[in-house]
Design a protein around this ligand. Structure first.
Ligand code: PFF
Length: 460
C-alpha cells in the first residue's frame, strides 16, 4: 500500500489479497477454531461453520469490501457518506462505530493471547522435551495464573502492533506478509503430517467431520456464526478500511472467495494438527482456550528438530496474529486521525495503551489469577464476556444491519457498478445479501431467544 492517507492504494491485487488474508488468518483459525470446534462437539459445528462462511461470510465480505471501496474513508465516514449519497439517514454511521468499538474490545484480549504466543515462542526455544499431557496442561495453567508474565508478553505484542500501525501499513509489511503467510501454511502442513503419522488421525477426522447434529444447541449455532465472522474479520471496519485502499480494477468477489478459502483451509489444517494429539494423549477436546498451547508442545517435545519446528511455529503464529491485530487497530486510528487531524503516532499509541489496559483485566481474570474468581452471567470470565459480546452480539448484529443496508438502502445500480460482475453472479449475491443472510442471522438469534426465554417460560 502506498501509505495510510485516505486515497492510498494497494500496490497490486496480490498485495491486497495477502493483507486481507493476513487480517483473516490469525488466532481465530489456530487458537479459536480448534477449541470452539472441540467445545461445540466437533463435526456438526465444523460443517455449520463452513456453511456460514460460504453462505453468509463470503457475501458479507463482498459487501463490506464494496462499501469500503465506494466510500474511500474510515468506516464511520464511509457509512455516513454512502448513506448521504443514497439519500438515507446519517445514523447508518453508527454501524461504523459499532465496528470501531468491537475492534477495540477484541484487540484488548487478542493482544493478550498474542502475548501468550510470544511467550510460548520463547519457551519453545528452550524445548519441550519429555512433556506429557499433564505437564503441558500444568505449564499452561501456571503461566496464565501468573499476574506478571502474561502482562509483559501482552505489552510486547501490543507494542509491536502499535509500532507497525504508527508507521502506516507500508510496503515493508506487505512484503513480509507475502513471505511469512505462505511459510506458516507450510509449517502447518508439516504439523498435520506429523500429527497424522504419530497421533490418532482417524479419530480426529471422525471428530472433525462426522456430524452429530443433536449436539448443536442454539448457543453453539451462534458460536459457529460468530466464529465465521471473527475468522473473516467481518463487521469490525477492518475489511471496510482495507477495501477503501482497493484499486477499481480488482475483482471483489473473486478476491473474497480466495480470502475465505485460504482462511478456512488454515482453520481446518489447525484442527487436523491439533486433534490427533488431543486423542493420542487423552486430552479433553472441549478443554477451552488453552487447547493449542497444551497440545502442540507435546508434539514439539517429541519430534526430531522439535526445538526448531516449535519455535518457528509460534513465531509464524505470532506474525499471523500481528497481521490481524494491526487490522483491528487501523479502523479506530484512521477514524480519529481523519476527524481530529491528530498525529497518527500519538493516536495509535493512545488507543494501543487503552486497549492494553483493558486487556490486563482479561489476564487477571484467568483461573488462579488475581481476579480469577470474578465471574459473570453464570460462570463467564472477563475474557469470556468480551469474547461473547463481540463475537456473538456485535459482529452478527452489525453484519445483519450491514446486509440490510447494502441490500435495501443502497441502490442496486450502485452495487452493480461497484462489483462489475456478470448478471447471474450478481443476482445470486444480491439475493443472498437481501434475504438469506439477514434472515439466517435473525433466525440464529430467534432460536436462542426461544431456547433461553420462551421455552423455559412455557415449560414453567
Ligand atoms: N480474523 C482474525 C483471526 O481470525 O484471528 C481476527 C480479527 C481480525 C477479527 C480483524 C476481526 C477483525 F476485524
Amino acid at each position: 500500500m502506498a501509505g495510510s492517507a485516505q486515497h492510498a492504494q494497494w500496490s497490486s491485487r496480490w498485495a491486497f489479497i495477502m493483507a486481507a488474508v493476513g487480517s483473516a488468518v490469525g488466532l481465530g483459525n489456530i487458537w479459536k477454531f480448534p477449541y470452539e470446534a472441540g467445545e461445540g462437539g466437533g463435526g456438526a459445528f465444523v460443517i455449520l461453520y463452513l456453511l456460514f462462511v460460504l453462505v453468509i461470510g463470503v457475501p458479507c465480505l463482498v459487501a463490506e469490501l464494496s462499501l469500503g471501496r465506494r466510500g474511500q474513508k474510515s468506516p464511520v465516514m464511509t457509512m455516513k457518506s454512502i448513506a448521504e449519497e443514497e439519500g438515507r439517514s446519517k445514523l447508518w454511521g453508527l454501524l461504523g462505530w459499532s465496528g470501531i468499538i468491537g475492534a477495540f474490545i477484541i484487540i484488548s484480549f487478542y493482544s493478550l493471547v498474542g502475548g501468550w504466543v510470544l511467550a510460548y515462542m520463547v519457551k519453545a526455544a528452550s524445548g519441550f522435551a519429555g512433556l506429557d499431557a499433564a505437564a503441558s496442561t500444568e505449564t499452561f495453567l501456571t503461566f496464565i495464573a501468573d499476574p506478571v508474565k502474561p502482562i509483559i508478553a501482552h505489552f510486547c505484542f501490543m507494542a509491536i502492533t502499535v509500532g507497525i500501525v504508527a508507521r502506516g501499513v507500508q510496503g515493508g509489511l506487505e512484503k513480509a506478509v507475502t513471505v511469512l503467510m505462505p511459510a506458516l501454511f507450510v509449517i502447518l502442513l508439516l504439523l498435520v503430517v506429523y500429527s497424522g503419522v504419530t497421533g490418532e488421525f482417524t479419530q480426529a477426522l471422525a471428530f472433525l467431520f462426522e456430524p452429530n447434529f443433536h449436539a448443536l444447541t442454539g448457543d453453539k449455532i451462534l458460536n459457529a456464526l460468530g466464529l465465521s465472522f471473527f475468522s473473516l474479520s467481518l463487521a469490525m471496519g477492518s475489511i471496510m478500511t482495507y477495501g477503501s485502499y482497493l484499486p477499481k480494477d480488482v475483482n471483489i468477489p473473486k478476491s473474497a472467495i480466495t480470502i475465505a478459502a485460504a482462511d478456512s483451509a488454515v482453520a481446518l489444517m489447525a484442527g487436523l494438527a491439533i486433534f490427533p494429539i488431543v486423542f493420542a494423549y487423552g486430552l479433553n477436546p472441549g478443554g477451552g482456550g488453552g487447547l493449542v498451547f497444551m497440545t502442540l508442545p507435546i508434539a514439539f517435545g517429541q519430534m526430531p528438530l522439535g526445538i526448531v519446528v516449535g519455535t518457528l511455529f509460534f513465531a509464524l503464529l505470532a506474525v499471523a496474529a500481528i497481521t490481524s491485530s494491526i487490522s483491528l487497530l487501523e479502523p479506530g486510528v484512521s477514524y480519529i486521525e481523519e476527524r481530529t487531524g491528530m498525529d497518527r503516532k500519538k493516536v495509535t499509541a493512545i488507543i494501543g495503551l487503552l486497549a492494553f489496559l483493558l486487556g490486563t483485566l482479561s489476564s487477571f481474570g484467568q483461573p488462579g489469577n488475581l481476579l480469577g474468581d470474578v465471574h459473570f452471567f453464570g460462570g463467564m470470565s472477563i475474557m469470556d464476556v468480551k469474547d461473547y459480546l463481540t463475537n456473538n452480539i456485535i459482529m452478527p448484529v452489525g453484519a445483519m444491519f450491514m446486509m440490510i443496508f447494502v441490500g435495501w438502502f443502497v441502490s442496486r445500480k450502485a452495487m452493480m457498478d461497484e462489483l462489475a460482475i456478470e448478471d447471474r453472479s450478481f443476482r445470486i449475491w444480491y439475493f443472498l445479501v437481501r434475504f438469506i443472510c439477514p434472515v439466517a442471522i435473525f433466525a440464529v438469534f430467534a432460536n436462542i431467544i426461544y431456547d433461553t426465554i420462551i421455552a423455559p417460560m412455557m415449560a414453567g
